[in-house]
Design a protein around this ligand. Structure first.
Ligand SMILES: *Cc1c(COP(=O)(O)O)cnc(C)c1O
Ligand code: SF4
Length: 347
């Protein structure tokens, strides 16, 4: 059964009040051995051992901020939050069908910083950085260095949008867009909102989940100032990720009129059962967050250990449908190259 109350106490002090999010990010754990040490885990007892940890880390570096670490259960190598960030030696082994760009996004990348795949909305890759490195991430191989939203890139994007008047929504994505300082984000939005065709601003982010203090006054100020309707799509995979600090942050966003949605990735060992997913939807709704997408796993190289085949995904989904009111069921989807939208599965 799902645990709703943590039965362990934090092993480390809570970050101090007034802590700035970028300080928290600077002090994030970046060493897989330190990660194990903090959780009281013996690296030699993990699959692949100490060497495996280092191999995985060499492929995609470890990054875990303190507030996210505090939500993990010490001494539990199967903790669902730990599994999302723990490097493994097996990431090194090529698996047939697992590729570096499963979505073929590089083909839909007409300009630096812009992905235009679906007619009415574009993704802006605001920052290559994230505040946490998720092992299953389909962007782990994406060439982000070319994709930060500079002044020159923004001008080109504005020009492109003028040529594509059917676009009425911009999506800040990444990496994680909230890894970018507020002054820069605020400036970009002031430039982009001059385009009369734009109605909505959407932000796809995991940052508030791993560092809730990211939802600070500066962010709320520019979010409130834009004429665009604003949505935030969070990325929460497991109910244990919803901390009291995150709840406070979500309440502040909700008070400012930001529409809150959540997307999850269906991950083996993390949330691949209808009880966990059902609890997640219930917990999200308590915080006024609507479940949006449940992504069928993308076959990204290095992440085969999270894979769930479509048959099994559909079975889990049918059970989820039977547990929840329709509005709490996220749409099970896959993103496929050359499709005009995400592809629904499982109905
Ligand atoms: C997922 C995605 C979007 C947003 O799709 P919605 O169905 O509107 O949430 C937009 N562009 C790209 C490239 C995407 O992958
Ligand atoms: S925060 Fe999002 S983009 Fe960044 S590594 Fe995790 S899943 Fe990938």
């Amino acid at each position: 059964m799902e645990q709703t109350l943590k039965s362990w106490s934090p092993i480390i002090p809570k970050s101090t009040a007034g802590d700035h999010w970028s300080e928290t990010l600077r002090h994030a754990i970046r060493d897989p051995l330190q990660l194990c040490d903090r959780l009281g885990l013996d690296p030699d007892q993990l699959p692949g051992g100490r060497q495996g940890l280092q191999q995985g880390h060499g492929l995609f570096r470890t990054l875990v901020p303190e507030p996210f670490l505090q939500l993990m259960e010490p001494g539990n190598p199967q903790d669902p939050l730990l599994l999302q960030v723990l490097p493994l030696g097996s990431e090194n082994q090529p698996q047939p069908g697992f590729v570096t760009d499963p979505l073929q996004e590089q083909q839909a990348n007409p300009l630096p910083g812009l992905i235009h795949k679906y007619t009415s909305r574009v993704l802006l890759t605001t920052s290559g950085a994230c505040a946490v490195n998720c092992r299953y991430c389909f962007r782990r191989h994406f060439p982000y260095a070319d994709n930060s939203l500079s002044e020159a890139a923004t001008e080109q994007i504005i020009h492109y949008l003028q040529q594509h008047p059917q676009v009425n929504e911009i999506i800040l994505s990444g990496g994680d867009p909230l890894a970018t300082p507020d002054a820069r984000l605020a400036k970009r939005i002031r430039q982009l909102e001059q385009l009369p065709q734009l109605k909505r601003l959407r932000i796809h982010t995991r940052l508030p989940v791993v560092i809730p203090s990211r939802i600070n006054d500066e962010l709320l100020t520019w979010l409130s100032a834009t004429r665009l309707q604003t949505l935030m799509v969070l990325h929460i995979n497991h109910p244990q990720e919803i901390s009291p600090e995150l709840e406070k942050a979500l309440a502040r966003l909700h008070q400012r009129g930001v529409i809150l949605l959540n997307q999850s990735v269906l991950l083996r060992g993390v949330n691949d059962n209808p009880v966990t997913l059902g609890n997640l939807s219930e917990r999200l709704f308590e915080q006024k967050v609507m479940p949006y997408y449940l992504h069928a796993f993308d076959p990204v190289a290095g992440a085969a250990h999270f894979a769930i085949d479509d048959q099994q995904a559909k079975r889990i989904y049918q059970q989820l449908l039977a547990r929840l009111p329709g509005y709490l069921v996220p749409r099970l989807v896959r993103e496929q190259p050359d499709q005009p939208s995400k592809t629904p599965l499982g109905w």
